[in-house]
Design a binder for this molecule. Structure first.
Ligand SMILES: C[S@@+](CC[C@H](N)C(=O)[O-])C[C@H]1O[C@@H](n2cnc3c(N)ncnc32)[C@H](O)[C@@H]1O
Length: 292
């Protein structure tokens, strides 16, 4: 078992590798009897004096110790999009997934508004999906997402409307089917996607993180979700999970009311106990399960 000093060191390491803000680091070590390490302060001083860069690399450690490495923007909005950084809802959804791998195991997962890819990469490394379809509509986001997938050692399948057709025969022949998930990046705009495209994706599970923040964005998301309900029962995704940060309770209640209006039933998923990525922060993130 790690002692308190070691545990503090590990927490610091996780914060540092994920480039979390300095204020969120576990500075309470100052109040312990431990001597501060001069080298650490020197390194900190050097970093604080570095010139600002517009991108950075973040490493999020999985419970196994394996990292998900992402190149992200340092600004929360850049190139006109919020999609170039990892949001807390993405971390929260990945934590929940790690506690519920059966939801994803051996299934085709479609993620909406994937951003730079954290949730999907964490699920691919922890939950053994059959196929994982990352999607987004913003050109720069799709480019960064693709780079991040490769950065984590995954090969991409060509985008196909029917993921079954993208299956690599070599993997089946070796009897290794499903051991390495098939990863696809799809350009998918909720405002213009057609029922035919959704049908072609053959998703068993649909997930999304932090896609409820603006009325226009949210209404186009709900419009797209309604298209799933027009698919025949055996082609509809059986489960849909949306993780959202409740920044404004009015927006949250408005979203629920709009789901009701659209005839989409929903329930909140009970909060999970793990605290793998979010460390000391307590964001107001909740997960809704939707029923088609
Ligand atoms: C706040 S970011 C969340 C990114 C990521 N899921 C996360 O939580 O870190 C919202 C994402 O939704 C995407 N998005 C917004 N409107 C969209 C639309 N109409 N179609 C597809 N993606 C959209 C954006 O490009 C962006 O990547």
């Amino acid at each position: 078992m790690a002692g308190p000093g070691q545990e503090l060191g590990l927490r610091f390491q996780r914060h540092f590798l994920a480039a979390r803000p300095l204020r969120s680091m576990p500075w309470e070590h100052e109040s312990t009897a431990a001597d501060p390490l001069d080298e650490l302060y020197d390194a900190l001083g050097r970093i604080l004096n570095e010139e600002e860069s517009t991108r950075c690399y973040r490493n999020y450690l999985l419970p196994s110790g394996e990292p998900v490495t992402l190149c992200e923007s340092v600004a929360i909005i850049s190139q006109g999009t919020t999609g170039l950084v990892t949001w807390d809802a993405a971390l929260h959804l990945a934590e929940w997934a790690a506690e519920n791998p059966a939801v994803f195991s051996d299934r085709t997962v479609l993620e909406l508004g994937s951003g730079v890819g954290f949730t999907g990469l964490a699920i691919c490394k922890t939950c053994n999906p059959k196929t994982y379809i990352f999607s987004d509509y913003h050109h720069c986001v799709l480019k960064q997402l693709t780079e991040n997938i490769r950065l984590n050692g995954f090969a991409l399948e060509p985008e196909a409307t029917d993921p079954a057709r993208a299956e690599s025969p070599g993997q089946e022949a070796e009897g290794k089917k499903y051991q390495q998930p098939k990863l696809i990046v799809a350009e998918l705009d909720w405002g213009s996607v057609t029922e035919k495209q959704l049908l072609g994706l053959q998703a068993d599970v649909v997930i999304a993180a932090d896609v409820v923040y603006d009325p226009e964005v949210t209404l186009s998301l709900i419009g797209m979700l309604q298209k799933f309900s027009t698919l025949s029962a055996d082609r509809k995704p059986s489960e849909i999970y949306i993780a959202l940060t409740v920044r404004n309770p009015d927006t949250y209640h408005w979203f629920q009311a709009e789901l009701d209006k659209a005839g989409i039933r929903w329930q909140t998923i009970p909060a999970h106990s793990s605290n793998i990525f979010l460390h000391d922060t307590q964001p107001n993130v909740t997960i809704l399960q939707l029923f088609m």
